[in-house]
Design a binder for this molecule. Sequence first.
Ligand SMILES: C[S@@+](CC[C@H](N)C(=O)[O-])C[C@H]1O[C@@H](n2cnc3c(N)ncnc32)[C@H](O)[C@@H]1O
Length: 215
Amino acid sequence: MHPRYKHAALIYDKALPVFSFGAAPRIHTMVARAVSVRPGATIVDVGCGTGLMLPRLRDRVGPDGTVIGLDMTEPMLDRARQRVTRAGWKNVELHRADMADFEPGAPADAAVFVLSLSAADPARVFHRTLGYLRPGGSVVIADGIPAHGRWYHPAVNLYAGFRAPFVGSDLGRAAEIARLARAHLVDVRTEVIWAGLYTVISGRVPPKGDERDDS
Ligand SMILES: C[S@@+](CC[C@H](N)C(=O)[O-])C[C@H]1O[C@@H](n2cnc3c(N)ncnc32)[C@H](O)[C@@H]1O
C-alpha cells in the first residue's frame, strides 16, 4: 500500500480541492465527458481513490452498465465502498489491486485514470490496460503533465515539481504519459487546463489490425 495515500484517505476529499487549486471538480467533469461509451458499457476507474469519479461514470454507463473501481490503497478504497453502499449502487464493483497487474474478468469498453497514472509505472500500466480494453475502447487520462509553450509554464511546472512528492506523483513519469498516449492510441485529444497544471488526454485503442508502434 502506498503510505502517502494510506494517511491521506481521511482528508483526501477535502484536501484535493486545495492541492488542485479548485480544479478537481472540473477535471472530474471533463474526464466523464471525454470518455466515449454507450449505455450498458463497462468503464474501469483506475486508481479510483475514494470514488469521487464513480457517480459521473455511473451516469455515463446507465443502470445496465458497469463501473469497476480499482485502487491499491485499502483506506482509500474503504471510503469508496462507503460511497457505493450509501448510494445503493448495484453496478459498481470495487477491487483492491495494483493497476500494473489488474485484469477484469471480461474485456472493458473504457479506462479512466484521474491523477493516478503518474503515481505508477505508466508504460507497464498502459500495456496492461490496453490488454483488457476492446479494440476502439476509450482511454482518458488526467494528470499533472508538464506543460510547454507559454511564458508562465516554467513557473507552473516548478510548482507541480514541488508538489509532486506530496501527492505521490513524478514529473518524469507524468511527461511519459503524453508520449505513451501518442504511441499507443488513436484519435488522441489533449486539453490543458488551469494554466497548464493539469492535462486531460483522451484517445481510443486502435481497431484490430491497426496497432500503433509499440515503442
Ligand atoms: C491522487 S489519488 C486520485 C484518486 C481518484 N482517481 C480521484 O480522482 O480523486 C491517486 C490514487 O491512485 C492510487 N494508486 C497509486 N498507485 C497505484 C497503483 N499502482 N495501483 C492502484 N492504485 C494506485 C492511490 O492509492 C490513490 O488512491
